[in-house]
Design a protein around this ligand. Structure first.
Ligand SMILES: Cc1cc2nc3c(=O)[nH]c(=O)nc-3n(C[C@H](O)[C@H](O)[C@H](O)COP(=O)(O)O)c2cc1C
Length: 191
């Protein structure tokens, strides 16, 4: 697929088929990530691939996190049971989930730039998935950043969860794109 077309036609795909995605396709998507620009060649990314039954580990961590959140918020037991169950199921919304982690740097600037590099890596992955006929969505949210998820991934100070990428074969059509024209977001400085 031509690059400009891939960029313009990529969309977040939140409904995918349960059909398995071959490892080679997942590997191609991961490979595209590591070509992203990264300052001082820190190569700050780390990937966790949850595939097939392996998604159970991710589901368990999400469910435990939801339970802790319910306790922290003083939610009643019945509500908490529903919340935990919904969180567990979210791990199975796609046949493959890739968690992208950014490593902390030697100082705050490097940590920020590492996170930026990982965001570029995620966009590479989204575009590669799209060009290979897969649907993908970048998800995060409060559960993603909870200390229990950090422990699950063994994160150290400065490390950050960047994305959970849900991948699978699309089970939905295109939507109209909502974007303001770029001229409204641009100031040209010509001297
Ligand atoms: C950092 C980040 C976090 C996101 N987290 C979520 C999320 O938790 N749930 C979700 O439905 N979409 C999430 N998205 C996807 C955006 O909602 C989506 O990109 C946006 O609606 C624009 O749609 P498009 O990707 O089809 O252009 C996230 C995107 C980014 C960049």
């Amino acid at each position: 697929m031509e690059l400009a077309k891939a960029i313009q036609s990529r969309q977040s795909i939140n409904r995918v088929k349960p059909d398995a995605v071959p490892d080679e396709i997942v590997e191609e998507i991961l490979e595209s990530a590591v070509h992203a620009p990264n300052h001082k060649i820190t190569e700050p990314w780390h990937f966790h691939v949850f595939i097939g039954k392996g998604r159970g580990e991710f589901a368990r961590a999400r469910a435990e996190t939801a339970q802790l959140q319910a306790e922290e918020e003083g939610e009643d037991e019945e509500m908490a049971v529903g919340r935990v169950s919904r969180e567990r199921k979210k791990a199975f919304r796609a046949p493959v989930v890739v968690a992208v982690v950014s490593r902390g740097g030697r100082d705050e600037v490097e940590t920020t730039e590492n996170y930026a590099a990982c965001s570029a890596a995620v966009q590479n992955m989204l575009l590669t998935a799209h060009s290979l006929g897969l649907g993908a969505i970048w998800r995060t949210g409060p559960v993603a950043y909870h200390p229990h998820m950090r422990d699950f991934f063994g994160l150290e100070v400065g490390d950050r969860i960047v994305a959970y990428l849900y991948l699978g074969y699309p089970d939905m059509g295109e939507r109209p794109r909502r974007r303001e024209a770029v001229w409204g977001k641009t100031d040209w400085h010509r001297g």
